[in-house]
Design a protein around this ligand. Sequence first.
Ligand SMILES: Cc1cc2nc3c(=O)[nH]c(=O)nc-3n(C[C@H](O)[C@H](O)[C@H](O)COP(=O)(O)OP(=O)(O)OC[C@H]3O[C@@H](n4cnc5c(N)ncnc54)[C@H](O)[C@@H]3O)c2cc1C
Length: 412
Amino acid sequence: MIAESLGTGLPATVRPEEAADVVWHTIVIGGGPAGAAAAIRLARGGRRVLLVDRHGMPRPKVCGCCLSSTALAELRRLGFAPDEQGRLLGAHPLERVRVVAAARSVTLPMPPGGTLSREALDTQLVQAAIDAGAAWLPWTDVTAITEGSPSQRLVNVTCRPQAGERAGAALSLQAEAALIATGLADHVRVPGGGPRVIQPHSRIGVGTTLPAGAIDAPAGELMMAVGRGGYCGIVQLDDGRIDVAAAIDRQAITAAGGVAAAVAEILREAAGRADWATPACHAVARGAFLATPPLTRSAGSVAGGSGRILRVGDAAGYVEPFTGEGMGWALAGGRLAADALLTSPSPAADYSQTYAAFARQHHGRCRRIAAVLRHPLLVGSAIRVAAAAPWIAAPLVPVLVGSAGSPGVSAR
Ligand SMILES: Cc1cc2nc3c(=O)[nH]c(=O)nc-3n(C[C@H](O)[C@H](O)[C@H](O)COP(=O)(O)OP(=O)(O)OC[C@H]3O[C@@H](n4cnc5c(N)ncnc54)[C@H](O)[C@@H]3O)c2cc1C
C-alpha cells in the first residue's frame, strides 16, 4: 500500500468543498514530521482531524535525511515497528560520522540512527495519519488563520487550493484548534500571532539528491565537511541515491556565483587534496539545489490570544542543522502539542510550558555547536585531537548529536 503510494502520490481523501462543510476538531497545516505526528495522535485519540499541505506527498525537502536516535524513538512511540531487518519505515542504519575540515578528517561512531529519504519518510507518516482516520487535503496553501469570538470558540483557516476545479479560489475552513506545522517557510498570517525572530546572519539551508553512485559515499556513514562559508553533509539514502544538504552563508553563495558552486567550495576547502574531493566537487556542482529561508529562528509556540492556535516543529523554532536533530524535535513537538490538545483543560498553557522546556534543553546546545562551526580551523584542531586521543572524542559524539552512548573512534 505504502510502496504504491510512493509511486503515485497520496491522493486527497476529502474534497475542498467537503472540508469546508465540516467543523474540525483540529486543522493541522503542514504534512512534515511535526504535522503528521500530531495528526496521527489526534486522529487515534478520536478527534476529527484535517491535515492540509500546500504540496502533495511525496515531495522534496531540503534535509540531511539522518534520523537521530531521538527521531527513531519518537517513531517507535508513534507505533511504527521495525521490519525483520530491524529497519523502521525502511530506514537504513547510520553508524558513523566522518568529520572533514581544514584538510583533516576523523571518523567517529554514532549512536544508532538511520537514513531515509524525505519522500519515503513523510509519505509514510501522512499515510499513517490517513490510516488513523485523519482527512488529507494536499495542494492547499493556507494563507491566514483568524480567531472567532470567545463565544464561537472556533478558528477560521483561509486557504487556496493549488489544483483541481477550485484552484486559486479562497476557501474558508473551521476548527476548534489549528496547528501551524509549516516548517521554516511559515507565512501563515495570524493577527496578534506574535513576531517570528530570525537570528541575524543566520545561514540558509540548501540541498539536492544525486543519483546512486554520483559520490563515493559508503552506506552507513555520514560525511560532514566544514568550511568557512558553511558545512555540508553527504549520505547514501535507503534507495542508494546520495543526499547532499548544507547550511551556508548567503555571502558564500554570492562569492561562489551560485549555490552548487558554493557547496563544492566547502567540500574543496574541507578536503584539501584528498582523493575523493575532485570527483565529489564535480558531482555536487552539477546538482539542482533547493534552498530554505534563514535557518535559526524562533516564534511563539502559541499564536493569537484564544489559545487555539499552536505552532509545532520548525515553525515554532529551529537551530542550524549540523547535529541532524530537526526531525526528532519535530516529531516530539507534534507529540507534545497533540497530548496537550487531547488531555489538558488548558492545552495552550500546557503546550507552551512543555515546548519551552524541550527547546531550552535541545536548542541551546545546538546554538553553541553552530557557533564553534563558524571556525573551521578550530574544527580542524579538534579533529587532530580526536585522531590522537579517541577516548576524548568518543564521549562527545552523543553530545553533538543529542543522544546517549557511543564507543570507539578511527582517524585519518
Ligand atoms: C540543510 C538541512 C539539513 C537538515 N538535516 C537534518 C537531518 O539530517 N536530520 C534531521 O533530523 N533534521 C534535519 N534537518 C531539519 C529537518 O529537515 C526539519 O527540522 C524538519 O523537516 C521539520 O519538520 P516540520 O514538520 O516542522 O517541517 P517540514 O518538514 O518543513 O514540513 C512542513 C510542511 O508544511 C507545508 N507547508 C508550508 N507552508 C504551508 C502552508 N502555508 N499551507 C499548507 N502547507 C504548508 C510544506 O509543504 C511541508 O510539507 C535539516 C534541515 C536543513 C535545512
